[in-house]
Design a protein around this ligand. Sequence first.
Ligand code: ADP
Ligand code: ZN
Ligand code: ZN
Length: 801
Amino acid sequence: MQIASVIVDVPTMRTDKTYDYLIPEEWKDRIYAGTRVSVPFGPRSIQGFVLDIRDHSDINKLKEIIEPLDLTPVLNKELLQLGHWLTESTLCLKVSAYQAMLPSAMKAKYKKILHLVSNTHDPNLQKIFGQKDEIMWEEAEERKALPFLQKEVKKGNVEVRYVVKSKGNKKMIRIFHLLLSREELENILLSYPNNAIKQKSILECFIKIGKDKLTINEITEATGATLASVRPLVQKGYLMEKQEEVYRDPYENRVFKRTEALKLTEEQQKAIDPIMHTIEEKKHETFLLYGVTGSGKTEVYLQSIQRVLDNGKEAIVLVPEISLTPQMVHRFKGRFGDDVAVLHSGLSVGEHYDEWRKIQRKEVKVVVGARSAIFAPFENLGIIIIDEEHETSYKQEENPRYHARDVAIFRGNYHKCPVILGSATPSLESFARAQKGVYTLLTMNRRMNNKELPNVSIVDMREELREGNRSIFSRELFSKLQDRLEKKQQTVLFLNKRGYSSFVMCRDCGFVIQCPHCDISLTYHRHSNQMKCHYCGYEDLVPTTCPECNSEHIRYFGTGTQKVEEEIGKLLPEARVIRMDVDTTSRKGAHEKLLQQFQEGKADILLGTQMIAKGLDFPNITLVGVLSADTMLHLPDFRSSEKTFQLLTQVSGRAGRHELEGEVVIQTYTPEHYSIELAGTQDYNRFYKQEMIMRKIGSYPPFYYLALITVSHEELMKVVSTTEKITKFIRSKISEDSVILGPVTSPIPRINNRYRYQCLIKYKREPDLAKNLRLVLEHFGTSKQSEGLTISIDVNPYMMM
Ligand code: ADP
Ligand code: ZN
Ligand code: ZN
């Protein structure tokens, strides 16, 4: 008796456990751990993941598995373990952990197709398949052919294929196989009726091209014949028509020029040596490659990967979604050609699925991708690289709320291979770990060719206002803009705008209203004209005069890209502007197209949000302007200074990467803030020291760990009382060294008519916390009174809202 323990695709706390199913006799020894199966569950049949195969069960009457959905398991041993670890460390449902590792096409519905594998001449099979090599499952069922076909499946003559119904599909192309030998073909041609010119020329083209299978496109190209003239040849038994799979390649029309390894600089060599060493030693070690923008980190990645490939192993490279620009893809495809698969969210579900299958079938050795590519099903990993490791997009903001860095380290440990975290502005957490020796620090201080970092000038916008300039451009930035227009050089204008970046600021003195208890800016709420602290709940009315300088110019702050574009239109009507924000880039490929246009010099100014901060490496950019450096600084988030520093440093790095000198103008209302001042001098080390002091004072990471509990429901009272109960429970379970902030309204107090409350736990060491948090989830996720409640727990949160 074989029994499978199955996780079913019913995403509730109540069903978050394995269920035992009997493996039917015909599938004995053919269903493995990691195989997806369909199982009866209540009145329905649903999908599930087999976690384990056993020979006994404690349950008496077991139901049978209906059938497997995979012929080879989609999750290998490592990924099964990883899923378990994800469940424990992020407190997510088991089924979400396993689904997160697979392309979303695998979640979809399937239709089944019976596929003829070999060119058998068995008349029974021929009767069923006719001239085709595939029939639908339902068709076979109708014709009562299934029992017969089942035997053929076992013999290996027929295969069951699962084709995604709605979401993406394998791309098939029509291929014609020649069923005649060369001799037979020539004989037939000799006596071929002269009026069948098309058919004749089709047969001839098989000889001319010298292949025994041709796609319909090849045939049409060679002869001008269409499908209609090919079909009679199939009927006559000369050709066989087949549907064959081709991969959708989103980069198929691009040629990637092959690049050779560059001779490393002394600095690069010093950085790569310890990496090469761990590769050779087959050791796991996490490196933090801290290299200023333009110091040549990518070349270090490329040559480390080369070594890994030479050793017969595989590589994963993560880059932020935003920088998966053709430029970045180019650098990897250029070096490793077809060995590279690219995974990013711009791919259709089908394209994504194809790339994933290339990995599973071991047809590629390198994956370059955004966050979820960390789950690439390689079995022989030799290196994992995370570029721009400080990017918060590596943290998934829905279940499972994992951080790709943690997954990378788990996998690096499993495969005994190095993990490289690269950045010009490492996250505070990573740099602190490198200081403590948990990670190995590798430093590259110099830009290639010793190019100077661009000159940064910080403009005090309060001063501008005092002098009567009410424009969004300071006089300095405006005159530089004019200058670049005349010189026909390009400018990047950066506007940092986030949905919730509304805070109240005095335009005369730059004073921002903060919470008296939390040292965090209050968030402006337009409808009530109130300001609120999203950590402790403090609230106040917007003052009519500035508490600092008594000016009346105190108000809510925020500007959109569209408004800036209009403003440029008024002030510099001759300037050609490309605007890049969520609105102009939502269409597939739009992002790339706009960048392409800018690169080709079709615009003078590139105006955009976050998304233009990275990856841009164009020689003609000589000016970078940051319109308001403050918007991010006052987000209700303890990382706001860090994010501001990182962003300003990244943006500044866009200018002057090539021959022409670059300049950066940063406009701000708080030039004295250390994150702005130090971004001006690109002094990461001083920033790190200063920010560590602030984190220590505030008891924030990396000195403390955080866990954020958010409760939501349609009824406010229910939310409040539940959050209170949870807070009380957690408080009774943790030590006195830990801190709980809350219960308090979430920064976004209501989403979709659901009220939201939260509590934030700060702790250094709480070995039982995960267990207790899980208890919270179980209790409120399964009891009757908690109908409709959503409780989400984010361990190590990055979104504080
Ligand atoms: P980073 O990723 O650190 O910002 P890049 O990898 O983009 O820096 O490198 C900046 C530029 O220097 C690129 O154009 C790259 O091709 C070039 N480069 C890198 N390493 C070398 C080298 N050893 N010799 C010559 N040029 C190099
Ligand atoms: Zn003021
Ligand atoms: Zn507060």
